[in-house]
Ligand binder design. Sequence first.
Ligand SMILES: NC(=O)c1ccc[n+]([C@@H]2O[C@H](COP(=O)([O-])OP(=O)(O)OC[C@H]3O[C@@H](n4cnc5c(N)ncnc54)[C@H](O)[C@@H]3O)[C@@H](O)[C@H]2O)c1
Length: 332
Amino acid sequence: MRLLVTGGAGFIGSNFVRYVLGERPAVRVTVLDNLSYAGSLRSLEGLDPERFRFVRGDIADADLVGGLVPEHDAIVHFAAESHNDNSLRDPTPFVHTNLVGTFTLLEAARRHDVRFHHISTDEVYGDLALDDPARFTESTPYNPSSPYSSTKAGSDLLVRAWVRSFGVRATISNCSNNYGPYQHVEKFIPRQITNVLTGLRPKLYGDGLNVRDWIHTEDHSSAVLAILERGRIGETYLIGADGERSNREVVEAILELLGEPSDAYDLVRDRPGHDVRYAIDSSKLRAELGWAPRYTDFRAGLAATIQWYREHEDWWRPAKDEVEAAYAAQGQ
Ligand SMILES: NC(=O)c1ccc[n+]([C@@H]2O[C@H](COP(=O)([O-])OP(=O)(O)OC[C@H]3O[C@@H](n4cnc5c(N)ncnc54)[C@H](O)[C@@H]3O)[C@@H](O)[C@H]2O)c1
């Protein structure tokens, strides 16, 4: 099995590449990534060159994509502009990568009849009220809030249409918020951990009560592999690990695990349009494909993630000051 993994130098993609090479000895991987600010070759160090190849390029480059796709049995499409806050500052690259890039890959998959798995987010469904007993399911209507989530929603709809109109052999997964090693310091959990490690106070948007449904990135990887291998063509699967927690709870846990007082954080200006709560019902994935998460102890997963950031300061330090300066300029 030869996999073309887009966005494999990013957080979830690089974790998936390590996971699949470890779990499936017969798989070979090509990563296609343009090494945007969010991608790093350092996240792919140490992989077996016999089974792993890196190609630097843009997923919206039709000539490049058209040459690579027929050399593979499947495309696993992680590449995206992925940060909500950035999408509010400048939506342009979000439209380019998430929409035009996905379109370009779909056209190549159609032309060469290559299996396609599309990685998406639960943010396409909008948000839930804090006291709403409901969780997102595969039939929840799309209602995205930000330029990020709307371009992801658009990319999902392109995939659905290419399945129906052109018979592309595609599946889609919409996952909740990931945490784990190799996540960029702009994102919520790494930002708070590295704030404490550099002597800054964690920052919570608004009242800090917004809820995210956390999943360890390795559990996301195992779910994607299950769908790639055994998922029904044309279907969407929601991926989640029953990890609902308020942002405040997460920051308090990080502070406690780092030996700081649990109230040593600041409340800052809220993000415009900030989704209140996400929650995933992953029954379909569990029942159909027998998938279950391994990282069910959030505090233990968080402690391991903190340890990784302690040990890999050389990986995250170069980006930290610029990220904090951009947040500071917005009062965040
Ligand atoms: N982070 C989460 O919690 C989460 C949750 C659910 C779904 N997702 C989805 O998972 C995927 C990966 O997210 P992530 O958090 O790893 O993001 P990331 O920002 O860490 O990584 C994205 C990668 O894509 C690459 N890339 C960006 N534009 C590209 C282009 N035009 N051509 C080629 N490569 C390009 C970047 O260089 C980077 O390596 C995204 O599709 C995202 O929507 C993320």
